[in-house]
Design a protein around this ligand. Structure first.
Ligand code: SF4
Length: 351
């Protein structure tokens, strides 16, 4: 039998905690998140609004809102096999992280109109960034920007450099954002709901383009979405988040064919199915994601969970149950090989 391959992830996120300091108190927006991003693969973070998926993504660039603080844990980035940068230890405004953002890690956001400056042409926004990160002359950077616009499918790319964002359709603007994100040949692209604002046909075209560019540029992608249809199409690995915690993690096959957490199962049941009769009612998850100011005791999901056990789930916060390499679940119903609780220094073996 072949020996199992050693994991050599591009990113390791270990027990990451991000708190928001608000006038009403501290919000645990990300509460002990652990996962990896392998080289050249797509990891999808999925969950409802308020699950902490976007803040987790932005933590990988140490690009958080002013009220947010990294309260614990680590994000390690290994751009090369013999190189390691602890992103969470860097000054978020310092030169080292600024040289990484945009060059080695870039972001594609949901709303390209918000990501692009309305008062500058596409060339004015792309060329200086390419010059700075790739150390090119203005002419070389303009040629490179033109080639990138052509690569993402914009007709007459040289002419487009002199156009303003409002002169493009929504799909074309997202193609411009993809060209900008990939122009400096990053190792990781964080795609935060990049197709949510687009119509279905444009969404499919953008997903196809991202997958083509991923294999051409040997990219890793962290894809943030609430849409399990998109997850099924693009993911290699899936991280399911609920109220700031990872409740289940595994390969896309494991998540879709062997979901273990009641929340993952409920999410999968709420996906519309082709062939279902027109009178078939779509399953929903009862209740709503609680306010982070008013977290339930015990398991965060217990007020909505159909399997909740009184006296157990409303009292005990289940630890992270490791059931295989890259595979864990946070639920008391699992038969664990190993449970890691909220304190990573305490490892409890259950067999
Ligand atoms: Fe449901 Fe209990 Fe598992 Fe939480 S720990 S998901 S409440 S069964």
């Amino acid at each position: 039998m072949a020996a199992p391959q050693a994991r050599d992830p591009l990113f390791e996120v270990e027990d990451l905690k991000v708190h928001f300091l608000t006038d009403d108190g501290t919000v645990r927006a990300v509460d002990g998140v652990t996962f990896e991003i392998p080289r050249g693969k797509t990891v999808c973070i999925v969950g409802e609004s308020g699950s902490g998926k976007s803040i987790t993504g932005r933590s990988l660039m140490n690009l958080l809102p002013g009220m947010a603080r990294i309260a614990g844990g680590r994000v390690r980035f290994r751009p090369e096999l013999d190189q390691e940068v602890e992103i969470t230890a860097l000054d978020p405004r310092g030169p080292q992280i600024r040289s990484i953002r945009g060059k080695q890690i870039s972001l594609i956001s949901q709303e390209p109109m918000a990501a692009l400056s309305p008062v500058h042409t596409i060339g004015q926004q792309m060329i200086p960034v390419i010059q700075r990160h790739l150390k090119l002359s203005r002419k070389q950077a303009a040629d490179h920007a033109t080639a990138m616009l052509a690569r993402v499918g914009l007709p007459r790319p040289a002419e487009r450099l002199n156009r303003y964002p409002f002169e493009f359709s929504g799909g074309m603007r997202q193609r411009v954002c993809i060209a900008m994100a990939l122009a400096c040949r990053p190792k990781l692209v964080i795609a935060d709901e990049p197709t949510t604002a687009l119509d279905v046909t444009t969404q499919a075209n953008i997903l196809d383009l991202l997958q083509e560019l991923q294999s051409e540029f040997k990219l890793s992608i962290l894809f943030i979405t609430h849409d399990l249809g998109v997850v099924a199409e693009v993911a290699s690995e899936v991280v399911v988040m609920y109220l700031g915690k990872v409740v289940e993690r595994g390969s896309v096959e494991e998540i879709f064919y062997d979901p273990r957490h009641p929340y993952t199962r409920a999410l999968l049941r709420s996906v519309p199915r082709l062939g279902a009769g027109k009178n078939t009612r779509l399953a929903t998850i009862k209740g709503m994601v609680p306010s982070p100011f008013d977290r339930p005791t015990g398991c965060d999901f217990h007020p909505r969970c159909e399997y909740a056990q009184a006296g157990l789930c409303d009292v005990t916060d289940p630890g992270r149950v490791i059931i295989g390499p890259g595979r864990d679940v946070r639920c008391v119903l699992q038969s664990p090989a190993t449970v890691l609780d909220a304190n990573p220094s305490r490892r409890v073996a259950h067999v």
